[in-house]
Design a protein around this ligand. Structure first.
Ligand code: NI
Length: 141
């Protein structure tokens, strides 16, 4: 089974690489390269896959899930200028793709369990655009 919880945060970013010229940044990122930055209301859907506990009937405690998402994602990201306030975005461009990967790395250690694992992180940058990050199962054979 897959259980999904949605969270939201608002953050600013600018899509540019400091080592590139102004012209090159404009070419790669367009208006999003404007150094002043701009904001998004990000929506994140976190999906956990697992088998329900035979006693509780739950894949995981929803209160615990909410607490982890708040602590690991909402608190560090909300109302921040990502490039200046939230590592690793001082070094990598805070695209939706990179944000999804960073959220995965923040959450994965807290959500893995005997009968469950993090399945997917979906990040909506706008209502019309989202990115899914997940990892293929590693084949040990
Ligand atoms: Ni943007």
């Amino acid at each position: 089974m897959i259980i999904t919880r949605k969270i939201e945060f608002s953050a600013s970013h600018v899509c540019r690489k400091p080592e590139l010229s102004e012209e090159e940044n404009r070419r790669l990122f367009g208006l999003a390269a404007n150094p002043q930055g701009h904001g998004h209301n990000y929506v994140v859907e976190v999906s956990v896959e697992g088998q329900p506990d035979p006693v509780t009937g739950m894949v995981l405690d929803l209160k615990e899930l909410k607490d982890v998402l708040t602590r690991e994602v909402v608190t560090p990201y909300d109302h921040r200028f990502l490039n200046y306030e939230v590592p690793p975005f001082d070094r990598i461009v805070p695209t939706a793709e990179n944000i999804a990967h960073d959220i995965w790395k923040r959450l994965e250690p807290h959500l893995v369990g005997d009968r469950r694992k993090l399945r997917q992180v979906r990040v909506y940058e706008t209502p019309d655009l989202y990115v899914d990050y997940f990892q293929e199962d590693v084949c040990s054979g």
